[in-house]
Design a protein. Structure first.
Length: 129
């Protein structure tokens, strides 16, 4: 089940991002639009986006390691696409941090795109929904 972020998930989402090497001062899930994928009482993953250049820009896309795999990531991407479409939009900006190669593989494999830019090892994508 996908739902909007609740502050009661703050500690769990913070831990997830810190475990991915993202320092607390770069966490944006309280500031921007965040949705949480939850099964019963457990968070399996979440995504956060903000608007830049009039497009949703994915700030965080995280699946807990014990749920990590193509199936759960694709499920989260499908929810993201549905939400973006409901907002009347047709594109999303993604970026993949250089040391998170699995994110690049997910974006390139699922959306069949190549990065439009690379900087400092990070890859940037505009994908159609």
């Amino acid at each position: 089940m996908l739902r909007e972020y609740k502050h009661s998930n703050y500690d769990e989402l913070t831990d997830m991002l810190i475990n991915e090497g993202i320092p607390a001062n770069e966490h944006g899930f309280e500031e921007f639009k965040t949705y949480v994928l939850q099964n019963r009482q457990e968070v399996e993953g979440f995504f956060t986006y903000k608007f830049e250049y009039e497009l949703p820009n994915v700030v965080h896309f995280c699946v807990k390691p014990k749920y990590r795999g193509c199936k759960k990531a694709v499920e989260l991407v499908k929810y993201l696409k549905t939400i973006v479409k409901k907002e009347g939009l047709k594109q999303i900006i993604f970026h993949a941090v250089c040391d998170k190669k699995y994110i690049s593989k997910l974006i390139e494999g699922y959306f069949k795109v190549k990065p439009y830019a690379e900087q400092d090892g990070n890859k940037f994508y505009i994908v159609e929904v």
